[in-house]
Design a protein around this ligand. Structure first.
Ligand code: AMP
Ligand code: MN
Ligand code: MN
Ligand code: MN
Length: 276
């Protein structure tokens, strides 16, 4: 079977590698079909495509869009999008504004907790990339407010903490529509990572499908095999295509690697079958 990874990050958002370096790493890992899916930006795609062509890897342009549903922050991966389409330009512009407003609010919340200056440094560290909470975590370590990025998430930035501000994200229907208008396929990212019960996840998937969602990830890093098997069953019950992705961000994160996807048990309909 062909080695596929349809969920990865670069320095265009909160990843650690230049797009070209990510593609080289994927090639060394034997990946034959690679999607780059940075958070709310297409800025890394041209460089990644060019290196993919050089190395003979099938390249799938992608994006990971933040949205909100019933108070839960959800990620939708758009695969095989036309990054220069009007829809994607509108999407990226909207999300950039949402992230910029959120960054200001996170800064205000942290300043109230006697931690001034975080947003200014986070923006500096992001250096023009799409700003995300990992940049805030880095800034908080540098400013001496926490000992590690893990502590920053555990105490201040993770789900339900002061820095977890979701109110700016667009609705689910909007991100699905942007993706489809850009010619892409809307994929529910890492469905087991939202702290939802199976029943709530099923309700979500019904809505997602009604809105035009076509696929969900059934294998990704950091999830236990039984839960992945359950997700694969849900995908076939709901007649959603299957996607797989490492969600690779950083070579220092030893628990992930580009191309490292847990094996899939059971039958599935690969979203990538039209592309390879
Ligand atoms: P954002 O896109 O700004 O909402 O930030 C979400 C990103 O932060 C995710 O894509 C991960 O890369 C990272 N992240 C989320 N939760 C944690 C956590 N508990 N520890 C470390 N990184 C995290
Ligand atoms: Mn991330
Ligand atoms: Mn995600
Ligand atoms: Mn991701």
């Amino acid at each position: 079977m062909i080695k596929v990874d349809l969920h990865t990050h670069t320095l265009a958002s909160d990843g650690a590698l230049q797009p070209a370096e990510l593609v080289k790493r994927a090639d060394r890992q034997g990946v034959q079909c690679l999607a780059v899916t940075d958070h709310d930006t297409c800025a890394g795609l041209a460089e990644a495509r060019s290196m993919s062509e050089t190395l003979g890897i099938k390249f799938i342009p992608g994006i990971e869009l933040s949205t909100i549903w019933n108070g839960v922050g959800i990620h939708i991966v758009g695969l095989n999008i036309a990054e220069n389409s009007t829809a994607m330009k509108v999407a990226v512009e909207y999300q950039s504004e949402a992230r910029s407003q959120r960054a200001d609010e996170i800064g205000i919340k942290l300043a109230k907790k006697q931690m001034p200056g975080v947003t200014a440094l986070a923006l500096e560290l992001a250096a023009g990339a799409q700003i995300g909470r990992p940049h805030f975590a880095k800034a908080m370590v540098k400013l001496g407010y926490v000992k590690s990025e893990v502590e920053a998430f555990d105490r201040y930035l993770g789900a339900g903490k002061v820095g977890d501000i979701k109110c700016h994200w667009p609705e689910l229907g909007q991100v699905v529509e942007w993706t489809r208008s850009a010619g892409g396929v809307a994929v529910l990212a890492h469905p087991g990572k939202y702290d939802m019960t199976w029943a709530k996840l099923r309700r979500f998937i019904e809505v997602f499908k009604d809105l035009g969602g076509e696929a969900m990830e059934i294998s990704y890093g950091g999830e236990n095999p039984d839960r992945l098997t359950h997700l694969a069953k849900m995908a076939s019950q709901f007649q959603l295509k299957a996607s797989v992705g490492s969600d690779f961000h950083n070579p220092r994160h030893q628990w992930t690697e580009v191309g490292k996807i847990p094996p899939i048990r059971g039958d599935y309909d690969p979203v990538w079958s039209d592309w390879v």
